[in-house]
Ligand binder design. Sequence first.
Ligand code: PMT
Length: 225
Amino acid sequence: FETGSLSGKTVVITAGPTREAVDPVRYISNHSSGKMGYALAQAAIDAGAKTILISGPTGLPVPDRVQHIPVISADDMYRESLVHAVDCQLFIAAAAVADYRPAVLAEQKIKKGADDEMVIRLVKNPDIVAAVAALPQGQRPFTVGFAAESECLLQHARGKLERKNLDLIIANDIVAEGIGFNSDDNAVTVIDKSGELALDKQSKSGIARQLIALLAKKLPASGTN
Ligand code: PMT
C-alpha cells in the first residue's frame, strides 16, 4: 500500500444496505452493515484519493475527509451514483442493493387484516453498477463490483463480471463463518480478465487496503475516466 498511490484520483464507493419502503413504518432490507464499504473509503483516503461514499443507512462513523452522501433506497443510490460516477476514475460498488422494491408504496400504515397471508408485489430496482459500467467511453470509470454469494462463489462471480460488464469483481462468500455480512473480518477472491487472487481472512480494513493497493495499480495511468 503506497501512500499517495491514488492522489489526483476520485473514487466513488457505494456501501451499506438499501431500504425499500413498504409503508410509512416498514421496509425491506438486508444485513449489510456498511463495514466493508467504509473500510474501502478509509483506505482510498489514505491512498490520497478524493473519496465519495454513497451510503445506505448504517450506524458507522464516516471517515474524516470523506464526502458522505447518505441515501435510503436503491433508487436514491442509483441517482447519486450516476451523478458522481461520470467525474471519477474508480467506482467500487460494495453496497448490498435490494434487487426489488414494493411495486406500490402504501401511503398509510398497512393494517393487519383477517387473512393469514398477505402478498407484496415487487418490481426490479435499477442495477447501479451495471449502469455505471455502461457509461460511454470518457465518462466510464474503472468499474468494480462485489459478488455476495451463498453457493458456487467463483462461478457466479465470473457470471456477474461478464453480465454487468465490470472491469473487476470481488467474490465474497457470505455463508462462511466470521466473514461477509456484518462481521469485522472478510476473505475474498479478486477476479478480472487477468486471473484470480485470493485474499485470506483478515480485518475488513486489511482487505480494503490490499484491494485499494491492487486497484491503484490497475487504473489507467492518466487521461480520461
Ligand atoms: O456491509 P458489510 O456488512 O461489511 O458486508 C459486506 C458485503 C458482504 C455487503 C460486501 O462485501 C458485498 O459483497 N457487497 C455486495 C453485496 C451484493 O448485493 O452483491 P450482489 O451479488 O447482490 O450484487 C453484485 C454487485 O452489483 C454488487 O457490487 C452490488 O453493489 C451491485 N448491485 C446489485 C444490485 C443493484 N440493483 N445494483 C447494484 O449496483
